[in-house]
Design a protein around this ligand. Structure first.
Ligand code: X2X
Length: 339
């Protein structure tokens, strides 16, 4: 039985499903004073890209054509690892990246992905739009990148598998699971005694298809838009961590914008981020039905089995040590006592 991605997303509030990316040649010939490139790793149908396109259109409009942003979705310009070097060098101007992958450069940005730290979105946005977000952005600034005020949503993550449902922490023992290239992700699945393989997102579909790994973990909006359900049978609702995308700018490109234009660009990026958050939350809350119709088998899990295993393995104590007392206390204001 097959269900098209269009049907999967229909009625889920995803907005426009087909997305006309600007023609690169047209963009290259543009007379805009500031021609910027924004790259990301997600399919064009994900709300990140639909909202980014609206944002780019609004920016062009409000700046009377002085600022044009071309979007390069779907890892067209390379893997996350490649794009991170590109935004640092100025080969691209904007890039959205998970804080946990960014942590290869800015260790402090791991803090938002600590397992089972956030109970729900309320807690997430209080922390990320509050002092925890400010703390991470300050550390990002030290690495010569600019992070916009509003982090974009990726969502609460669920574990998929081609071999078996994950019901309790025991099911993760020895499980061959793809994780993003990130110290926190590797550490967390090692704490579960799994065998995590670091693979950039642009290679995940084929890694699952060829069974290099048996599973992966991502929010439902990504599982559906990247069609991972075509190569995964089971989806276990673990909500084991929340993840978000920092909207990053190359500092030189950012500072090249006159202040009034910078204001317009920042306001539009942050506003698009707020809309993207609403879209993603709705998709993650409603996609289970469509994915079930498409043949995926879902199961619920209890967080305690997983959280206790992380505690026993010393995961929280280890990360408290790495991130420092002060940052950890900030996290625990939102999560409650973790370690
Ligand atoms: O690589 C992933 O799994 C993804 C798409 O969720 C991130 O960008 C962290």
């Amino acid at each position: 039985m097959s269900i098209s991605r269009r049907n999967l997303l229909a009625g889920a509030g995803a907005g426009a499903i087909t997305l006309a990316m600007p023609l690169r040649s047209a963009w290259a010939q543009s007379k805009a004073e500031f021609q910027y490139k924004y790259a990301n790793n997600l399919p064009t149908t994900h709300p990140m890209n639909t909202r980014a396109q609206e944002m780019a259109d609004a920016i062009k409009n409000e700046t009377s054509g002085r600022v044009e942003i071309a979007i390069f979705p779907n890892s067209q310009l390379g893997s996350d690892t490649d794009m991170l070097s590109q935004v640092r060098s100025g080969a691209i101007d904007f890039f959205t990246l998970s804080g946990l992958i960014l942590a290869t450069l800015v260790p402090a940005s791991s803090i938002t992905g600590i397992g089972f730290a956030f109970e729900n979105y309320d807690a997430v946005w209080k922390a990320l739009d509050g002092d925890l977000g400010t703390h991470v952005r300050t550390q990002i600034a030290k690495a010569n990148l600019v992070a916009m005020d509003k982090i974009w949503d990726n969502g609460f993550r669920q574990i998929t598998s081609s071999t078996k449902p994950i019901q309790t922490a025991d099911d993760l023992k020895g499980f061959k699971i793809r994780v993003p290239v990130s110290p926190l992700w590797t550490s967390m699945f090692k704490a579960f005694d799994s065998s995590p393989a670091s693979i950039n997102f642009n290679e995940v579909y084929s890694a699952l298809q060829t069974r290099i790994v048996d599973g992966q973990e991502n929010p439902l909006a990504i599982i559906a838009t990247a069609k991972l359900n075509e190569v995964q049978k089971y989806c276990s609702i673990t909500n084991h961590m929340w993840d978000g995308f920092w909207f990053l700018a190359n500092r030189k490109a950012w500072e090249a914008l006159p202040e009034n234009l910078r204001g317009i660009v920042a306001r539009n990026i942050n506003a698009a981020g707020m809309k993207e958050r609403a879209d993603v939350a709705e998709l993650n809350a409603t996609l289970q039905k469509g994915l079930t119709t498409a043949g995926m088998l879902f199961n619920d899990t209890k967080p305690d089995s997983f959280r206790n295993r992380l505690r026993q393995a010393g995961f929280y104590a280890e990360w408290k040590g790495k991130l420092g007392e002060e940052a950890w206390a900030m996290l625990e204001k939102y999560s409650g006592k973790l370690a």
